[in-house]
Write a protein that binds this ligand. Structure first.
Ligand code: FMN
Length: 142
């Protein structure tokens, strides 16, 4: 399986989650075609990939009004029709409905979204592992 990863990150947590997930997938013999910013996507890495992972961070008033940051940038991505995708976000206290909103935005690019995970910034190791395991399991028969 070939995966490209696109990330929005302000303080580095989402980028770290992406790197950890990428390492774990590489250990499962996946090929990571690229890790780039949603705002400056590496188009070649997207073209080469079967699966696109899109990650961002949760922005809001911590317990209400949460939303995935820069979700509009996702709609500026090239059409992802024919690609599978998965979404992830990192948060501090509560993600609210951020993952659902992120999943919808990624689906609106034309990609077929196979799932996603909201990751607590205090459990990045554990949640990256859970995300990678879920991806590998979901695509084992693909
Ligand atoms: C301005 C701002 C608003 C935030 N709002 C929320 C929030 O509403 N809920 C929450 O759980 N975390 C919130 N956070 C925490 C971030 O989602 C969390 O630290 C995330 O891991 C940051 O990702 P990054 O390091 O990739 O930028 C907020 C952080 C900032 C800077």
């Amino acid at each position: 399986m070939k995966a490209a990863i696109l990330v929005e990150s302000l303080t580095g947590n989402t980028w770290r989650a992406a790197e950890k997930t990428a390492d774990l997938l590489a250990q499962e013999r996946w090929s990571i075609t690229g890790l780039s910013k949603v705002r400056e996507p590496d188009l070649t890495s997207i073209q080469e990939a079967d699966l696109i992972l899109v990650g961002t961070w949760v922005h809001g008033a911590f317990v209400f009004g949460q939303a995935p940051w820069a979700v509009n940038n996702i709609s500026n991505l090239p059409a992802l029709s024919g690609k599978k995708a998965a979404a992830f976000c990192t948060f501090a206290l509560s993600p609210g409905s951020s993952l659902d909103r992120l999943t919808r935005a990624v689906g609106d690019t034309g990609a077929y979204v196979i799932g996603g995970l909201a990751m607590s910034r205090s459990k990045l190791d554990q949640h990256s592992e859970e995300f990678a395991t879920r991806l590998v399991d979901a695509l084992a028969d693909a």
